[in-house]
Ligand binder design. Structure first.
Ligand SMILES: *Cc1c(COP(=O)(O)O)cnc(C)c1O
Length: 396
């Protein structure tokens, strides 16, 4: 392959990066749907297990298709090493659990994907790990709540569903004061529009179920970090607890990466137009989109994001009745809790993804009954604008 990958742009890396071509010289990456590997001799097996020979042993540990996907993701993220996982939640759980033990403390922003919040609020305390949830947008809250025994600082930015942002550089600074690791869930920004490792974060996790597949087919996740952290802290946890990604899914994700830059660019462009259109409509009370100058944290966004990404949060005048009328009035845009898909998808968080939160916690996060989250897909943008305009007229 090209001798200096760092000089190539993301689009080129996503088409060619990490390819392990077999003896047949296939154009498209092969799918190695195998559990195990065979050895020519007993001595070869011994050498493989000794680590004297670098080949594969078992697909729970590593697999050539997964390795291609991991290498391509490393090139995109600027990471030294990665491990793929069966889902985004497997990635988040592994990235946190592999580095804490009873008596440690984890500090996290409260605006989290529902299952991530369950890990922090329920699973960790059940196992003797103290946790604190804070308003991640408040820089002083990180400073106030960090402790000597804090091992992990965890947050997503932009957040789901209200698209608040956390100042990555600031959290990194706070973490350094006690030697804790910063884990960023970078799903909403995508690896193209925000690079947490460049801003000092230690570990980045993705649900590759979202933009990286991008066509709604497979679940997946990935954890990226330094060679040292992956090798010394995650490696054994990943091997022995087995959250591994299926090679079939790794192949789908690998092929998804080929079109990721094109898709994210098109979907982000459309999201910008749709956000402006929503803001111009009388039925809409508020639009939150990281690509708009009126985002409450536009200053931080300009320092850490290269674009607004593909999600929009907006609030209709009225409440649940108007939000439901809007959803039911859509034709092209589908109602679904998923995101990052080629198909545009709309969600009413208060009655779906965030319905299990207490009303108080929802209010704290700013999730009102009139609020909707829109994931912008790859349809023609004018068709989407017409569809949304019609639905707004029905809701108003
Ligand atoms: C979807 C999502 C997850 C969980 O990923 P799965 O692939 O569904 O397990 C975690 N964090 C964020 C921000 C997500 O959007």
């Amino acid at each position: 392959m090209a001798s200096d990958w760092s000089k190539l742009s993301a689009a080129t890396k996503m088409v060619h990066g990490g390819t392990l071509r077999s003896q047949f010289g296939e154009t498209s990456e092969a799918m190695y749907l195998t559990q195990g590997f065979v050895y020519d001799t007993a001595e070869a097996a011994e050498a493989r297990f000794n680590g004297e020979d670098e080949g594969f042993i078992y697909s729970r540990y590593a697999n050539p298709t997964n390795e291609m996907f991991e290498q391509r993701m490393c090139l995109l993220e600027g990471a030294e090493a990665a491990r793929s996982t069966a889902s985004g939640m497997a990635a988040v759980a592994a990235a946190i659990l592999c580095q804490v033990r009873a008596g440690d403390h984890v500090l996290a922003a409260r605006a989290l994907f529902g299952s991530c919040r369950w890990i922090i609020e329920t699973l960790l305390p059940r196992n003797g790990v103290e946790t604190t949830l804070i308003d991640g947008t408040d820089p002083t809250a990180w400073e106030r709540e960090i402790r000597k025994n804090t091992k992990v600082l965890f947050f997503e930015t932009p957040t789901n569903p209200t698209l608040e942002v956390v100042d990555i550089r600031h959290v990194v600074e706070v973490a350094r004061s006690v030697g804790a690791k910063v884990v960023v869930d970078n799903v909403f920004a995508t690896p193209l529009l925000q690079k947490p490792l460049e801003l000092g974060a230690d570990i980045v996790v993705y649900s590759t179920t979202k933009h990286i597949d991008g066509q709604g087919r497979c679940l997946g996740g990935i954890i990226l970090g330094s060679e040292e952290w992956i090798g010394e802290t995650l490696h054994d946890y990943h091997r022995h607890t087995g959250p591994s990604m299926s090679p079939f899914n790794a192949w789908v994700m690998l092929k998804g990466l080929e079109t990721l830059p094109l898709r994210v660019r098109a979907q982000t462009e459309a999201a910008g137009r749709i956000a402006d259109f929503l803001a111009s409509r009388p039925e809409v009370k508020k639009v939150i989109y990281p690509g708009r100058a009126d985002h409450p944290q536009a200053g931080i966004i300009s320092k850490q994001m290269k674009g607004g990404s593909t999600l929009i949060c907006f609030e209709l005048k009225g409440g649940k009745k108007e939000a439901f009328a809007f959803e039911n009035g859509l034709d092209v845009v589908k109602i679904s809790n998923n995101l990052g898909d080629a198909k545009s998808l709309v969600t009413h968080p208060a009655t779906t993804t965030h319905k299990n939160l207490a009303a108080e916690a929802r209010a704290e996060l700013g999730i009102s009954d009139g609020m909707l989250r829109l994931s912008v897909g790859l349809e023609d943008c004018d068709d989407l604008l017409n569809d949304i305009g019609n639905a707004l007229a029905k809701a108003g």
